[in-house]
Design a protein around this ligand. Structure first.
Ligand code: GLV
Length: 328
């Protein structure tokens, strides 16, 4: 059923679901007790004609995970007032079209921050202490053949540059402070509420850091923010952890520098062309790879479901929404 509007649910507000076919319907199951659901993937009509036929009635749309929401799709919905996102990053949503139309966009707010920060720290410790590489060493029988394993590097005392001190970056900083790291950060603006040293230029942050934790959003300004110059500034022993988006780091440059041992290591949860990961990275023992799963725990998924539900309820009862994305 494309529109679950039966006579007993006709009084419920209508929401449009925007999702890729691969996304499971757990969120729909929660939403459908509160809303009438329009799901184009349950219709035999092509997407455009489906949207055109419901164009006047759709005021709210929910985007599941990272399903791309283009300006063309948004233009088919003249009554659209709110786009409820279920992810932390919103680079898959055409924000400038939403801004031009005055459409409010929400995201995952705080729901994912702690889990992503835990994963970022896990990747960092794995790179520094060679946890996954050591695991491979044991499993492949090399311990018996070659004996003692290469030394790792201590986390405590390292100078960590956080790129993007938002919800996730702040949680990363808090965790690494507890490990005895020295924190500094780069973001669009200096934050009066924090004491960590601020670097307006990411290259200066890199020069003064042993580690870069990339936690910012991907926008046209931050694309390849971590470029060759920044990575060279970080130096031969430097480690990069990216839990933001693949496009924040110039992946080809990173591969070159890692291969030439001009950078110390990398922990990557995100890639430029997911799920395609450049094969050169597989051969590098100082790189830890993760399949864009930093946000994925049952707890954080449940939290984002509840937040999305709350945002939709607030919208239909004219209350302030919980996690509005600032569209600058
Ligand atoms: O990457 C995941 C997200 O942005 O929520």
């Amino acid at each position: 059923m494309a529109d679950q509007a039966g006579s007993e649910t006709n009084h419920l507000p209508l929401i449009l679901v925007h999702r890729l076919p691969s996304f499971d319907l757990a969120l729909t199951n929660i939403l459908q007790t509160h809303f009438r659901i329009l799901d184009p993937l349950h219709s035999s009509q092509p997407l455009d004609s489906f949207l055109t036929s419901h164009a006047q009635s759709v005021r709210a749309l929910i985007v599941y995970a990272l399903s791309p929401l283009t300006a063309d799709t948004i233009r088919l919905l003249p009554s659209l007032e709110v786009v409820v996102g279920t992810s932390a990053g919103v680079d898959h949503i055409d924000i400038s079209e939403c801004r031009n139309r005055g459409i409010t966009v929400t995201n995952a707010g705080d729901a994912f921050a702690e889990d992503v920060a835990d994963c970022a720290v896990a990747l960092l410790i794995d790179v520094l202490r060679r946890v996954s590489a050591g695991d491979r060493y044991v499993r492949s029988g090399l311990w018996r053949l070659r004996g003692e394993y290469t030394l790792g590097s201590k986390l405590g005392g390292k100078r960590v540059g956080i790129v993007g001190l938002g919800r996730i970056g702040s949680q990363v900083a808090q965790r690494l402070m507890a490990f005895g790291c020295i924190i500094a950060y780069n973001s669009r603006k200096k934050k009066s509420s924090v004491q960590y040293p601020y670097y307006a230029k990411v290259c200066d942050l890199a020069t003064n850091s042993d580690i870069l934790m990339v936690c910012c959003s991907l926008t046209s300004e931050t694309h390849h923010l971590i470029n060759k110059e920044v990575m060279k500034a970080l130096g031969k022993e430097g480690v990069i952890v990216n839990v933001g988006r693949g496009g924040l780091v110039d992946e080809q440059e990173l591969i070159q520098l890692l291969t030439r041992e001009e950078i110390g290591g990398a922990g990557l949860d995100v890639f430029e062309e997911e799920p395609d990961v450049p094969g050169e990275l597989f051969a590098l023992d100082n790189v830890v790879l993760s399949p864009h799963k930093a946000v994925l725990t049952p707890e954080s998924i449940e939290a984002v479901f509840q937040l999305s539900l709350a945002n939709l309820k607030c919208f239909f009862s004219n209350e302030p929404l919980r996690s509005v994305v600032q569209q600058e």
